[in-house]
Design a protein around this ligand. Structure first.
Ligand SMILES: *Cc1c(COP(=O)(O)O)cnc(C)c1O
Length: 231
């Protein structure tokens, strides 16, 4: 695939640089380092990258403990309520809040740590059933209850979504556009200026996501190479 071409010639530091040059001002890069080792993360770190995304809480915790303290760790994968405790003391942003139960557990774990944790609400935009995330209707009903306003140790900063894994770019455009509109509407209706993050786009579709209004892209394989999940 053409996107992996510059990987072979420039290495991790070069990939970071190449991607950053393409990103418009105001678009944050989350380097998705799940399954990659500390040495690879340090190459990205030495190239100036400070935000890293992981999808497994224990792996995230272990990397946090081993690596420099000025790294901002983002949890991007599905999070089980009983695992929030591993990351609550230090996590910078949780992208994947997909239930009111998880929301409540993060709030109470954050309180135990004396922190306020920033989160995004993950909305299911892909047509595939396998993806996590709120259905729009359920999310709206929950927001209408106003319960989220009572939680003192969690702050909702925006939305996250994963588009369908397809070659059909029209479909990807329409899924990202829908999420972007929903974000704008919710900002007006429920939140205000603090609701300023829209996390969408990964290696295969981040350019489309940016066109549709993303201000946070989560890129893994284009930086680190193809993942080996068996590691
Ligand atoms: C793994 C992952 C990514 C990065 O995927 P790439 O295709 O390697 O860029 C982005 N977002 C989420 C939620 C992921 O789990």
């Amino acid at each position: 695939m053409a996107i992996f071409d510059f990987l072979s010639t420039m290495g991790i530091a070069g990939n970071i640089k190449g991607i950053k040059e393409q990103l418009p001002a105001g678009v944050e890069l989350v380097a998705v380092s799940k399954t990659y080792g500390e040495a690879e993360i340090m190459q990205a770190y030495d190239a100036g990258q400070r935000i890293f995304g992981e999808s497994r809480p224990q792996e995230l915790r272990a990397k946090y403990e081993a690596l420099p303290r000025d790294i901002r760790w983002h949890m991007i994968g599905h999070l089980q309520t009983n695992k929030v405790k591993y990351i609550a003391p230090f996590v910078d942003l949780i992208h994947s809040v997909d239930s009111c139960k998880l929301f409540e557990v993060i709030d109470s774990q954050a309180e135990k740590c004396g922190r306020v944790i920033d989160v995004l609400l993950e909305v299911r935009i892909a047509q595939e059933d396998t993806k996590h995330g709120w259905d729009e209707d359920h999310l709206v009903s929950w927001l209408d209850t106003g319960e989220f306003r009572e939680a003192a140790n969690i702050r909702i900063r925006g939305l996250m979504g994963i588009a369908s894994n397809t070659e059909d770019t029209d479909r990807i455009y329409s899924e990202f556009t829908a999420l972007s509109r929903l974000h704008g509407w919710m900002k007006e209706e429920y939140f205000g200026p603090e609701f300023d993050m829209l996390s969408m786009g990964m290696t295969s579709d981040y350019r489309i996501a940016i066109e549709c209004g993303s201000n946070m892209v989560r890129i893994g394989s284009m930086i680190f190479g193809e993942r080996d999940y068996l590691k």
